[in-house]
Design a protein around this ligand. Sequence first.
Ligand SMILES: [Zn+2]
Ligand SMILES: [Zn+2]
Length: 377
Amino acid sequence: MPSKDYYKTLGIDKNATESDIKSAYRKMAKQYHPDLNPDNPQAAEKFKEVNEAYEVLSDKEKRARYDRGEMDFDGANYGGFNPFGGGGFSAGGFDDIFDIFSNFMGGGRSRSSSAAYNGSDITYKIRLSFLESCKGCSKEISFSRMEKCPTCKGTGAKDEKSSKVCDKCNGTGQVQFVKDTIFGRSVSVKQCDACGGTGRIITDKCKDCRGTGLVNKKKVISVHIPPGVENGQVLTLRNQGNASRYPNGFNGNVLLVIEVEPSTVLKRENLDLYVEVPISFSLAVRGGEIEVPTLNGKYIHKIPEGTKNNEVFRLRGMGIRNERGSLGDLYVKVVVEVPKSVSKGDKDAILEFEKNMSMRNYPNQQKYNEEITKLYK
Ligand SMILES: [Zn+2]
Ligand SMILES: [Zn+2]
């Protein structure tokens, strides 16, 4: 039997799932982390045990061997285990662990350091008519954004002599942050606090931007809205957002939030369109032309004689065509509208018409009458 009970160390039982193990580890590692327990050798020892247990139990293969009692993890095998150096970790485990640590250590290392140097995003709501959202359109949008100050070309300095290379970071904008822990040395890179990450110290500020290097400008751009966008969809206009205050940073993005004004006549689902057309019962009987709204104007559709109430006609390819070439259909549902408050003369005419109808024209009524008769036999 292994000399150590890793399950007990993490406070879980033998049936624990991967996520149980991870969450138990997060909890324990946080509780006993040396940074949070300075001058507490017991916590440090416990932290080491917790890491060792996690190292084994989080690895399927190692866990299986441990469960079978094949490995004696008495510490010797894992001597020199260093959570910061990554030496003892499987490739998958390391990222997880780093995430866990950066969560409560205030982020020792920025994982996407370049993104942090880009300008911020701008959210812009754009309202489209129903047809515009289906067919796509071009729109001009007007908004304010931060741009590099033209006076100082974004440096923030009054002139070339008004700034110098930052002593603290030698112009790199970054400083190394070294920390010794009982497990080894942890090195992380942080933005230089002396120059704010720009690499230069300004001695005399540009008046137009007050040393920030950025000014607020109104911007008008033309945007292409592809056909088939939906309400709530967000389109990203790359690098059209606020400029960065760092020399090598990109502009942020403009996040275009689509708002579609719904149509009272046409409804849509994905690329298909739906319309309900009210017709008279006379037209349903005789058949004939109905007017249907499409994305390209009104369209005359012929319905056959004896069209039923709620009958649906599918007009292929008359829905939305997206930019990938997929094409939807238009579904036309006819709903018979029964006339209300007709004159005595009209009623007589309808009665005359009914008198001439044979029951052959009403198979449903005929069947219904038969069923009722059967019911009381
Ligand atoms: Zn300026
Ligand atoms: Zn600096």
